[in-house]
Design a protein around this ligand. Structure first.
Ligand SMILES: C[S@@+](CC[C@H](N)C(=O)[O-])C[C@H]1O[C@@H](n2cnc3c(N)ncnc32)[C@H](O)[C@@H]1O
Length: 283
């Protein structure tokens, strides 16, 4: 495992993922009943954008670094839970610390909700545990994401979310993610699942989305944000989210959010977004 999220925290892909994640957890917290979240690839929880790793790539400058100025009111409304997480870590303004997915999720949990934060990298797991020592709602798990999905689902609350956010280092990652979703959805058919994927080449995106579609699971929304042209030499030109069982209002909100992010984060006016159903919605 070579991937360390500290080099990439706050980049354009994190902005998309975390803005949507915050919104989805916010929706879950609107109903009285308790829920749980399994963050299957949790990372550290908090990242210092002035640390050597972040400074080395400077990726955050093309992501969260461009988000300071407010958007139109409708977009800002969708961004409220995300901005709340950013503000909590940077109470004096500015953008020194960036929230990872556990921090984003915790920000929306109530006293009776739970976060299972799973991380396989031993050192990152220790940092995660340390960052949230004393946080009773968070249970840190050191295991493979696929094992965590099998062991933790269905949640005893019968309500909740699973975030699948692997580094896509290995050639078999598509198959691993497809299997995780199939096993997760079988154990917890009413659960919400968010899967992040990188846009590196068109071939990868077609192959990846095709593999998920082939599972035959309905009600998967697809949201994609590209910040530059996609070709083999362009690196990470964008990213996407597949959302199984999205909250009712989310699609409408993404119609507002995605073009705004494409306009703001796109390099030389090359930003584009796409919103569709990978598999047909319910009803
Ligand atoms: C993209 S990062 C996660 C970022 C985090 N979800 C966030 O949004 O802040 C992927 C993480 O998965 C971890 N990881 C890699 N392979 C894993 C596996 N098989 N099971 C669990 N975690 C894994 C990596 O160490 C890394 O911290």
């Amino acid at each position: 495992m070579n991937y360390r999220h500290a080099y990439h925290a706050g980049n354009h892909a994190d902005v998309l993922k975390h803005a949507v994640l915050a919104r989805v957890v916010h929706y879950l917290a609107q109903k009285d009943k308790a829920f749980a979240v399994l963050d299957a690839h949790a990372g550290l929880g908090v990242y210092d954008l002035q640390a050597i790793e972040a400074a080395k790539t400077g990726e955050w400058q093309g992501g969260i670094g461009l988000m300071q100025a407010p958007f139109a009111a409708g977009v800002e409304e969708v961004l409220v839970p995300y901005r709340r997480a950013l503000g909590r870590l940077n109470p004096d303004g500015g953008m020194r610390f960036y929230p990872g997915s556990p921090e984003i999720i915790l920000g929306e949990l109530r006293a009776g909700d739970r976060l299972l934060a799973n991380e396989l990298h031993t050192q990152d797991f220790e940092t995660l545990k340390l960052n949230y020592a004393g946080e009773k709602r968070l249970l840190a798990l050191l295991s493979d994401a696929g094992q965590a999905v099998k062991a933790q689902l269905p949640f005893r609350e019968r309500r909740g979310l699973v975030l699948i956010d692997p580094p896509y280092e290995g050639r078999d990652e598509t198959q691993l993610v497809a299997r995780m979703l199939a096993q997760g959805a079988e154990r917890f058919p009413t659960g919400l699942f968010i899967i992040w994927y990188p846009v590196t080449t068109e071939e990868f995106v077609i192959q990846f989305t095709g593999a998920i579609k082939a599972l035959g699971i309905g009600n998967i929304s697809r949201a994609e944000l590209r910040v530059k042209n996609t070709h083999a030499a362009s690196g990470l030109s964008g990213s996407g989210l597949l959302i199984l069982n999205p909250p009712f209002n989310l699609h409408g909100e993404l119609e507002i959010l995605l073009p705004a992010l494409a306009g703001r984060l796109g390099v030389e006016n090359l930003g584009r977004s796409q919103l569709s159903w990978l598999t047909p919605p319910k009803g």
